[in-house]
Design a protein around this ligand. Structure first.
Ligand SMILES: [Zn+2]
Length: 233
């Protein structure tokens, strides 16, 4: 027979808790965060962040937009999403990114992209993790913004070693010939979507490949900026 204590313990397991402080959410808390943690999220101003990513060679892509800055709170969320097996977190991060993107496009007056392409992983890494967090985010963001998502339109051919341990210059060098675009994108505006942006090398390399297939603009959408030499792959 199940005791009252056991029943309440089971209910507690089912109750949703805040992704950051782990306190039980109230009925009025929406989107997976309590009021305090939601207010503490390290949001970025709704502007292009590409200026942060200098490189000696050409940097491909147009506007780069991110919802959150590098901060222990955003680091915590990305760690849960990628390395602690919590793909369902994408459902609660997507509305935050979509809201930021809406502000970015309204303020800049730039046209919305026609198509979202999630940043791909290699098949080996995908099999190890069991999901591609960028594709999960893209699906939710695409639904909120009513923009179609092209799954599998971009392939990642190599991992080129453990990227998070590469220094900045090596990381740019390693990105040569990493991506392959499987479709023609003539006259289309594309948004590349990833969970994090570290050195900008991956986004630039993918944008170059997409431009070669005829895209007119390639914007980058990421949930958070991160710093080089952190675990981000
Ligand atoms: Zn909280």
């Amino acid at each position: 027979m199940v005791s009252i204590r056991q029943s309440f313990a089971k209910l507690g397991q089912l109750a949703k808790v805040c992704w950051l402080c782990q306190q039980p959410l109230r009925l009025t808390d929406v989107g997976g965060f309590c009021d305090y943690c939601r207010a503490d999220l390290p949001r970025l101003p709704p502007r292009c962040q590409k200026w942060r990513y200098g490189h000696r060679g050409p940097v491909f892509g147009d506007a780069w937009y991110a919802a959150c800055a590098w901060h222990p709170l955003s680091q915590n969320l990305i760690r849960q999403l990628k390395f602690q097996g919590r793909p369902e977190l994408a459902y609660d991060l997507a509305p935050l990114l979509a809201a930021q993107l809406t502000k970015c496009y309204q303020l800049s007056g730039r046209p919305w992209p026609d198509l979202i392409m999630p940043m791909p992983m290699t098949r080996k890494r995908w099999q190890l993790r069991g999901y591609n967090q960028a594709a999960l985010l893209a699906k939710q963001v695409g639904q909120i913004l009513t923009i179609p998502v092209a799954y599998g339109g971009l392939r990642r051919l190599h991992d080129r070693g453990q990227q998070h341990r590469s220094n900045r210059a090596l990381r740019w060098q390693n990105m040569q010939q990493v991506f392959h675009c499987t479709r023609t994108l003539k006259q289309q505006r594309i948004a590349l979507l990833d969970d994090v942006l570290t050195t900008g090398a991956s986004v630039s390399a993918a944008a170059q490949v997409i431009q070669h297939r005829g895209a007119t603009t390639v914007d980058a959408w990421v949930f958070a900026l991160t710093e080089a030499n952190t675990q981000s792959d």
